[in-house]
Ligand binder design. Sequence first.
Ligand code: F6P
Length: 537
Amino acid sequence: MNENAKLELNKALEISKKKTLRELFAAEENRASRYTVKAAGWLLDYSKNLVDKKAMKHLIAMAEASSLKEEIERMFSGEKINATEGRAVLHTALRNVDENAKVIVDGVDVIPEVRATLAKMAEFSNLVRSGKWLGFTGKKIKSIVNIGIGGSDLGPVMANIALTPYSKRSIKCYFVSNVDSTHLAETLRQVKAESTLFIVASKTFTTQETMSNAAAAREWLVARLKDDKAVARHFVAVSTAAEEVKKFGIDTANMFGFWDWVGGRYSLPSAIGLSLMISIGPANFTKMLKGYWKMDTHFRTAPFERNMPVILALLGILYSNGYGAQSYAVLPYDQYLSRLPAYLQQLDMESNGKSVARDGSKATWDTGPIVWGEPGTNGQHAFYQLIHQGTRLIPCDFIAACRTHNEISDLHDKLMANFFAQTQALALGKTADECRAEGVSEELVAFKTFEGNKPTNTLLTEKLTPETFGALIALYEHKIFVQGIIWNIYSFDQWGVQLGKVLAKGVLADLTSAKHSFAHDSSTNALVATYRKALKR
Ligand code: F6P
């Protein structure tokens, strides 16, 4: 973070600490409308945050002091802003639905390739959906098993659940990610080889978990269909690495490509979303891309004071760096968004979990927060106690849709009543005097008092559709981008995941090797020995 940005943050913080949310609401009659912005089918009410217009001005000045406007343009125009990997960052090009779109990387317009891949995905999806793509024994495809991990899994899983109402329910999607054999075994127990299509999804096609699961799945299939040739009808690949795909034994005609300028955790709108496209159909997939693009366009063009991703990012920094908040909670009041917190964990924590500034020096300010959450109202009966009365500040994003896909009596009203009531309770709390006025006995007053003053954002849409879903994901992508810029870190690499991978290779060899002494630290050596003893090795 540069000195000017820090200065502006401190000014915002000083103002922020002067008034409680109760006082802020009392001081501004029309506070809700003053602190509400709309974009791409979403409404963000950020009035229940510890800011007023002056504090917001300083937060925006913090963004300006970090050259945010210029950095946004650098990303959208394909500059190689992922400097440690020497790559452009162009997930926005995947959903650029503008008729005259042109995005140049290394002298080449990438848009025609993007559209050609989408067309190939659509053709294949239609074949599978219509039952024209037949398995090796002539059976229609009834089950899709996506084998991938991280960005090649979390986005497709999360989106498949989110867009269930739009899915073709006669084709069921399964997801295998963990190298724990249980994950694969329990999935294979639910499907039949002759009617299953495996999508091996891996940007690099070298990831240990994915390649091991894919190899085991292939063996399982060939054992059942009793012919190697069956692989061509039951396995397709999604990858940037054609050579590796070939080596694995998948015909590259059955490969759907993407590019090194798509980060794994940003890859859902690329071919990585193939399982989703098969499930919801190409038309709905296109609607999702349009939703993404609406939010992209809003992000690129709206002034910061009305820019939804920018506002979310600035408020997040106020709490992380000003108030010392270690985490934030994502609380979707929508069962279809049940995996959104898990998806955002990778998106945010793999992007901004960095401690080195862009000039290579050690960052002396806090960067990416911990992200967690569960759907409401389940969370209310589990961890909300700590958010209401614990000692830590946990800013929360509350997310919901006004209309449900499943009208059953008054369940949705009840869900939404909880949704609205929680942010109210968190903001305003309940004073000791209010407790007394309710007849709470003096010895219990301290326990029953709610301090309040807990900041929340409310994100509301009319209905969760492919379009509003796409916009929601783009909102968080850009929020994370803005924070990375202000924290002056590289958000698009992930070197921190390498060391464990390398060490695991060495340990794996030791689990089966003939020698009985190992060259790790004493703890690892002892644990490996215990494991080998249990397996009588
Ligand atoms: O190990 C982290 C990571 O590189 C993620 O960034 C990525 O999404 C995941 O592994 C899977 O990688 P791939 O798609 O290459 O298999």
